[in-house]
Design a protein around this ligand. Structure first.
Ligand code: MG
Length: 424
């Protein structure tokens, strides 16, 4: 297999100059999602099944959308899957999906013809990808682009590591080893498979005209026409998802790509004249109020700071300056909701929220469950992921003298390991 070489381009220097930077090829990715495979379970085609909370197709598409050398991403889908397609990737603003045909080969051909008409100018290279392979790493996509630019056709592949046996079933159905097959020069191919666009389109046209039997992959069609296909190193993360076990393995892999972050927060507000306090989003009748620019909810303030702390994203005062009049008397649920939104924007998830309220009065116990439910509602997590505790300070200190209420909080988050804060 070729090792990743220095970046080259099929585009020559159009003006003949050797000084100009070589033009980058225009690259389209065609994600083929027209298959009906339901062996993975769940009763829906596997490309629409959720993998760690996100449709497999969405993950496959995201890999190309995020790749700096890919200019256009289109999907080929089954006519009966249009609603599933919309819910999986409708939010991404892709060009309309292309309807597939009776075979994979026909589906790809439909996709290629649509790219020829729909992209102006048509792409220089096309990457043809199975939607059931959600984990194509960026480096592998780059390798395919580079080798296809140079050689015309390139596919990612892994050397076969297991010993191969040819088996034959006897009359009772038992499998017998017929021979051990040499594996030295055998490779298992993956996708995306990359081709110069006019060449693969021509290969599909010729195959359609000649009525060639469907090839199991696009490179096969190319090979059958006597053309060269280069193998580049594949990636084990890019294995095809076929069975329920494949899904379980991929879920474990994705879980490993998350890291756990814990943040802490602390807040105090002074008691003042009033008839109620708001603690952890719940209004409690009391003979005092809490003074503050917002509703002075120490519980939600400490919790918001705990989440910001786990994100490494400043504190509540930076996000909601007390000098800003729009937060006067504000419902502090907006602060917590903002922090929760920041977690989602980073592709993370809240695992647990834990608040300790520190005051002599009012009594927290009777309101504990209402507080848990309110925080769970704002944070979009199960109530079981929220804990409320309360303590007094035995008459000691400012809380003991009933001068104010305090709260401390801890937030546990799962964040993708490839976190933006690793960039510096
Ligand atoms: Mg505060």
């Amino acid at each position: 297999m070729t090792e990743p070489a220095a970046k080259a381009s099929i585009a020559a220097f159009p003006d003949g100059s050797r000084d100009a930077a070589p033009m980058r090829p225009r690259v389209a990715a065609l994600v083929v999602a027209a298959g009906r495979g339901v062996r993975a379970g769940g009763g829906v085609p596997k490309q629409y099944r959720l993998l760690a909370g996100r449709a497999v197709l969405r993950r496959a598409v995201d890999a190309f959308l995020a790749h700096p050398e890919v200019d256009e991403v289109r999907c080929v889908i089954g006519a009966e899957d249009q609603e599933r397609y919309r819910s999986a990737v409708g939010a991404l603003g892709l060009a309309d999906p292309i309807l597939g045909g009776a075979t994979r080969q026909e589906s790809v051909f439909n996709g290629l013809k649509s790219l020829e008409k729909g992209m102006r100018p048509p792409p220089d290279l096309v990457l043809i990808h199975d939607a059931a392979r959600p984990g194509a790493p960026a480096a592998m996509i780059s390798r395919v682009i580079r080798a296809a630019s140079e050689a015309g056709a390139a596919v990612p592949a892994l050397a076969v590591a297991d010993t191969l046996k040819r088996g034959r079933a006897d009359a009772d159905g038992a499998l017998h080893v017929e021979e051990t097959a040499p594996r030295d020069d055998l490779y298992a191919v993956q996708t995306p498979q990359g081709f110069r666009f006019p060449d693969i389109l021509a290969a599909h046209r010729e195959a359609a005209l000649a009525g060639v039997a469907p090839a199991t992959d696009d490179a096969g069609l190319f090979e059958a026409m006597g053309k060269t296909v280069i193998l580049v190193p594949g990636a084990w993360e890019a294995q095809k998802l076929t069975t329920a076990e494949d899904f379980a393995r991929a879920e474990r892999l994705l879980a490993g790509a998350l890291e756990t972050r814990v943040g802490s927060g602390y807040d105090v507000h002074r008691f003042t004249a009033g008839d109620h306090v708001t603690l952890c989003g719940v209004r409690l009748a009391h003979d005092r109020g809490l003074a503050g620019h917002s509703d002075a909810d120490v519980g939600l303030h400490a919790l918001t700071d705990a989440i910001l702390g786990a994100l490494g994203d400043g504190d509540i005062g930076q996000h909601f300056p007390p000098s800003d009049p729009q937060w006067r008397g504000a419902d502090s649920s907006a602060f917590l909701a903002h922090a929760v939104g920041l977690v989602a924007a980073r592709g993370g998830a809240i695992r647990h929220l834990d608040v300790t309220l520190i005051c002599e009065a009012p009594k927290i116990g009777p309101h504990r469950e209402a507080m848990r439910r309110r925080i769970a509602e704002i944070a979009g997590v199960a109530t079981a992921r929220v804990s409320i505790k309360a303590t007094t300070t035995e008459g000691l200190g400012f809380t003991g003298r009933k001068e104010g209420a305090a709260a401390q909080a801890a937030a546990t988050l799962a964040l993708p390991s490839a976190d933006p804060c690793d960039d510096d």
